[in-house]
Design a protein. Structure first.
Length: 260
């Protein structure tokens, strides 16, 4: 999908999307009111300072790309500041992830795609009872992420190095744990659907899946549509840049486009 096409899709999404008004599902309304649009004054000063430092970091590392790669840069030597620029999301997503852990009393987060460790840190910060397992295929990038976790004094993050397809099964937690699985790497249709299938093996009514970049390409939109239509999927929220999936069978199956 070209950038122009992504912009057109985004505008269409914003026109169709709901905020609180018009949402009749009490579950989704509560999520919007108490989590998505919550008045959040939490302090992430150290994390945001670290992110700014990474956005100006002139060191070069050699990356191993096991995924769909960047649309921008195809060679293997990268400036850390470029990795930070292209792989990190606006802080509002990190803050949302942190609120979700608090609201749903999440016990485990599994992340596919550590990169420099920013989203793992947002999940983990001020949530000492949470365990985060994050998987990354690039050893040099993971080294920087590990240093970042140390700088932020985050002791609740475990890292696994390797290909998602080889490491995801061992990261999965026993069925029934309050878990969030964040799919944020290798944004290709078939691969995304394979990871989804693997993660479904342990899914319970308490599981929440978050998919990044669901409209990054035509293939990713197709993958997202298949995820929405899967018989185990119950409620989905399309926030355009991310998609959230709930599996609680007590809820009425529905798909929502939400403004964020
Ligand atoms: C978008 S970045 C993750 C960003 C990070 N979650 C954040 O928000 O701070 C995706 C990462 O996934 C890794 N990756 C992509 N495909 C992979 C695969 N098949 N196995 C392991 N790692 C992979 C890339 O090396 C890259 O660092």
């Amino acid at each position: 999908m070209s950038h122009l096409n992504t912009i057109v899709q985004y505008v269409k999404h914003q026109i169709r999307a709901y905020n609180r008004h018009g949402i009749h599902s009490p579950f989704v309304y509560a999520f919007l009111e108490d989590v998505l649009y919550a008045d959040d004054r939490s302090e992430f000063k150290n994390l945001e300072q670290l992110k700014n430092a990474l956005l100006n970091d002139e060191r070069v590392i050699q990356i191993t790309d096991l995924g769909a790669g960047s649309k921008i840069n195809q060679n293997n030597n990268r400036l850390i500041k470029d990795i930070a620029k292209h792989s990190s999301k606006p802080s509002k997503y990190g803050r949302l992830f942190n609120r979700m852990v608090k609201y749903y009393q999440t016990e485990q987060v599994i992340e596919l795609g550590t990169s420099l460790g920013l989203s793992s840190s947002y999940f983990a910060q001020n949530n000492p009872h949470l365990k985060v397992t994050t998987i990354e295929g690039c050893p040099e990038t993971l080294k920087i992420a590990t240093t970042n976790f140390e700088k932020l004094n985050l002791n609740n993050i475990r890292t696994l190095q390797g290909d998602f397809k080889d490491r995801l099964s061992e990261a999965l937690t026993p069925r029934g744990e309050k878990e969030i699985i964040f799919f944020d790497g290798n944004h290709q249709e078939q691969a995304t659907l394979e990871y989804f299938k693997t993660a479904l093996k342990n899914v319970s009514s308490k599981s929440i899946f978050i998919f990044d970049d669901i409209h990054w390409s035509i293939g990713m939109t197709k993958a997202w549509n298949k995820i929405k239509g899967h018989p185990q999927t119950v409620v989905t929220l399309d926030l355009f840049f991310i998609g959230i999936v709930f599996f609680d069978e007590r809820l009425t199956p529905q798909n929502f486009n939400i403004r964020f």
